[in-house]
Design a protein around this ligand. Sequence first.
Ligand SMILES: [Zn+2]
Length: 464
Amino acid sequence: MEFQFHGAAGEVTGSCHQISVNGKKILLDYGLLQGKRKEAFERNRKSHVPVEEIDAIILSHAHIDHSGNLPSLVRAGYEGPIYATSATVSLCEHMLRDSAFIQEKDVEYVNKKRLRKKQKPFEPLYTREDAEQTLALMKRVDYDDDFDLFEGIKVRFEEAGHILGSASVHLTITEKGKEHIVVFTGDVGRRNQPILKDPTPPRKADFLICESTYGNRLHEADEDVQARLLKIVKETDDAQGKLLIPAFSLGRTQRLVYDLHQLFREGKLPPVPIYVDSPLAVNVTEVYRNHPECYDRELEKFNHENDDAFGFYKLNYTESVEESMALNSLKVSCIIIAASGMCEGGRVLHHLKHVAPHPKNTILLVGFMAEHTLGRRIEEEREILKIYGDEYPLRAKVEQIRGLSGHADRDELVAYLGHLKKPPKKTFLIHGEKEAQEAFAQNLFDFGFPKVEIPVRGQKFKVT
Ligand SMILES: [Zn+2]
């Protein structure tokens, strides 16, 4: 059996890992590389593996850095199956269509400039038609159900507690009469979080492919999250400013809405209007409403007592561009939740131009900000932000709530892996930046894991 790591190797986007066994090549995830624009443009266009060699794809969850490059593969001729949980497939219907639309629009914008310079136009990375063909290849699989992928290869999805539909992937592989259990964690969520069930920790793994986003960091204690959120909302309201929260339309937005709804129900929230400014978030939230099989007990109870966990009268979902633009001229204090989460595109950029230069406003970061993203620059509180080629001073207050993260922190990851009956023969750390990975590798080594590898992109490992 051989593993090869094509993406999210020493970085946190562009997830793609390959298992070659029994004459089959299986890919785990096929995500978009985000952040480094020029490099992303080139790397996202290049197939990691010749499409005719890929036998099947298994998708851990619908986040675009895990699913977002699948249509490129289909555009290049991939016609095989893509397995995912039912909620993941439902989410991908919106995520991939939206991503394709962005790809088409981006290239249209670039091509206008290129045409003026008499340069050859670029093709979009993929189109909406490619996204539709990708969706047609997706196969819905239940959680906790072993299915035969190929002879001698069984696959099972288990709850990852990261976003709706997220799963860890468990493969039982029989090779030359010997059985190997391979576990790919996908993105690991956190215990005792609202909305989703807790992640199911793996019990057995001979070979483990493990995420390490927060391998060197700890989140704030759970009980602080709503209190911190409330404090920041109140302070911004007192200053008569705007609170801008960059958040991914999938996952973070629903969590924030639910937290704000709870604060509202308890009568604690100041009477500020709240805007979720993302058409994608509207669609994704609808998928959340349609998949109650993924809810934890707390959300079931909340929904029983209230009509809709993801809606209340102070909350407005804005869809049209006009509605979005109108928020800029709003003179009253308000909360705006807008994508993208790392400020790499989307409506949040337009809001940042208006919000960042004024000290009465606050920008609240609630997720991981990868290297080379505008979000990371805000996190570092750089004096100047570059948005669409223009410079804007960052004078707004920058706040952060790490406890809202959808990723397990270092100790939570160790606790999650602590359920393994015995340490894996080999562990591969993926989906993390170098510092986090090195620190986490040491942690796992101290914890008794005999071999922990940090693969570089393209690296292959033969195992027996
Ligand atoms: Zn994710």
